[in-house]
Each structure stands twice: as C-alpha cells, then as structure tokens.
Design a protein around this ligand. Structure first.
Ligand code: DX5
Ligand code: ZN
Length: 217
C-alpha cells in the first residue's frame, strides 16, 4: 500500500516559506493549515498565501481548512489549484454538497473530524470523498501530543473504506512522529501530516525519510 508524507508548513519559518518548501522536496504533498480564530482558537493565513505556495512549490497542496463557513472558502482553494481541499464535518450541515463542488472544481475532496467527533454519521457518504482526515490532536496548534484514543475511529474508517473497495486516502494529523506514525499506519492510515517532526529538525528531508521508513516497516 503506498504511503504519503505531507509536511505541515505551520511548523515552517513563515519569513522563509520558499526556503523551507525547498527543504521538503522529497515529500508527497505539502499540508497547508488555514485557521480562522472561530472554528479553532488560532489564526494562520488564507488563500493568498496558499496561492503563493502553489506557485513556488512543485508539491501538490493539501489544504486543511479549520474554518467556519467552509462553503465560502473551500471552492476558492479548489479553483486556485489546490490538489486536495479538506474541510471539517463539524463546520457544515451539508458536507456532500460541498464535496461535490470541490470535485467539480478539480480538487480531491476531504473531510476532517476532530478527536471527539464520531465517524458513523459520515460513513454513508464515504464515496463522496477522496480522503478522510482523522485528527489525532485537537485542531488549532502544532506541537501537541498524539491522542491514541483516536485510533478506534481510524480503524472504523479503514474497515469502511476496505468494504467500499474505493481508493479513499486515510489521513492523520497531529503529533505524528517516528513512533506514533507506526501506530497510525497499523490502524490503517496511509497519508501522514507532520509539522514539528519534520521542520523542527535541521534536515527535514532526513526526517521525511525516517517517517517513511517507520510507516512502511
Ligand atoms: C493542527 C494542524 C496540524 C499541525 C500538526 O491543528 O492541523 O496540521 O500542523 O502539527 P504537529 O505535526 O506539530 O502536531
Ligand atoms: Zn492540519
């Protein structure tokens, strides 16, 4: 099974984004965390910064929208050329309609769930999505510890994806290190977001290699 590493630029140097993007060329994707200080208690950046990242990096942009009213913004990220656009299930009453808009705009549609949100109500719509993001920390900040309690949900999604026979990616985000990636891979994740454990070290590409090895071991 192929695995993907998606370094989160939340842990990069915001004054040197282009330089730091040049340090993760061996990654599969670049994870871009958009926060609005309403859906989560933190504020990052929006579409203009994501668009510049798309221009200066050859990596596909994996946008993670931690925002209220994703109907307003998610399609704009897709139209701007994001490879995947993931919005939170908690932030919308009609995830299927939004997923269809994203696909129509040419992006992979992703749905993210906070640690305390149950997956069951979403399982019947699984086919509407290209990827599911099981948050392994409370969204809002980098550098937090992985919550092992989220692995039960990951296993449930993994089982449902397997039963569907579809190629739906299973993403984990938060506290992913060379140790926790083993746990998440074992539970069925195939796409791994990592911020501090990639950019918090002098050689991010060596860290990507280490994570890749750990996930496939
Ligand atoms: C947290 C963000 C994550 C964050 C992960 O809300 O969604 O993508 O950057 O950071 P680490 O890998 O440091 O936990
Ligand atoms: Zn994220």
């Amino acid at each position: 099974m192929p695995i993907r590493i998606s370094p989160s630029i939340l842990a990069a140097d915001f004054a040197n984004l282009e330089r730091d993007l040049g340090r993760i060329r061996t990654a599969d994707l670049v994870h871009v965390d958009v926060m609005d200080n309403h859906f989560v208690p933190n504020l990052t950046f929006g579409l203009p910064v994501a668009e510049r990242i798309m221009q200066v990096s050859a990596l596909p942009v994996d946008a993670h929208l931690m925002i209220e009213d994703p109907e307003r913004w998610a399609p704009k990220f897709a139209e701007a050329g994001a490879f995947s656009v993931t919005f939170h299930g908690e932030a919308t009453t009609n995830p299927v309609a939004l997923a269809r808009k994203l696909r129509a705009a040419g992006a992979r549609a992703g749905i993210a769930l906070k640690p305390g949100t149950a997956i069951e109500p979403y399982l019947e719509f699984l086919a509407e999505f290209d990827q599911v993001l099981v948050m392994t920390v409370e969204p809002g900040f980098g550098g937090q510890s992985f919550l092992p309690s989220t692995m039960r949900k990951l296993r449930t999604v993994a089982d449902a994806v397997r039963a569907s026979g579809r190629d739906i990616w299973l993403q984990v985000d938060g506290g992913i290190t060379e140790e926790t990636i083993v746990v998440a891979a074992e539970a069925g994740a195939d796409t791994f977001v990592a911020g501090s454990s990639v950019f918090g070290f002098p050689d991010p590409e060596a860290r990507i290699a280490l994570l890749r090895t750990a996930a496939t071991a």
